[in-house]
Design a binder for this molecule. Sequence first.
Ligand code: HEC
Length: 145
Amino acid sequence: MRKATVLILMVLLVALIVYAFAQKEEKEMAKPADPAAELAKSVANGKMLFTDTALGTSGKTCNTCHMEGGTKAGKMGEMAIPAWDNLAPKYPGYFMLAKRVMTLEQVVQFCIVNPLEGKALAWDDQKLTDLTAYCASVKAEKKEK
Ligand code: HEC
């Protein structure tokens, strides 16, 4: 074979390999995320944050007042804290403690700033999203018959 032919064949081969890789990458990038898995990840992270004292400065966690991940009723002084069941449709709604209508994110932020005595999170902070996702995911445990 002539040198020029070999060279042309090699260039073609390299071009083919580059093309194949580009195609593969494009396919992977186009692969849609699994929405249910992404939400589950957010809820799981929110559940971890629920028992994290680092959100505040009072030494308390969300779980101190919203016991057993919010599934058990508690008390703050004389104030009853009901067990949670499907909070998502409740907000936006009137939130007694703040004496105004709030979104679920705002309620979570309120509890971070007030009872936990923490610093407000940025509204686009993933931690706020995850905590809110967790709170919204809590369903009352099935009562024993
Ligand atoms: C010192 C106690 C205390 C701590 C700590 C606390 N909360 Fe609260 N939270 C309350 C009280 C009191 C209420 C109002 C009563 C109610 O609605 O449960 C409330 C209400 C809520 C509600 C609305 C519940 C409903 O039934 O409408 C959510 C959601 C909530 N808190 C989330 C959180 C999260 C998330 C954290 C941690 C970042 C947290 N709270 C930490 C005391 C606390």
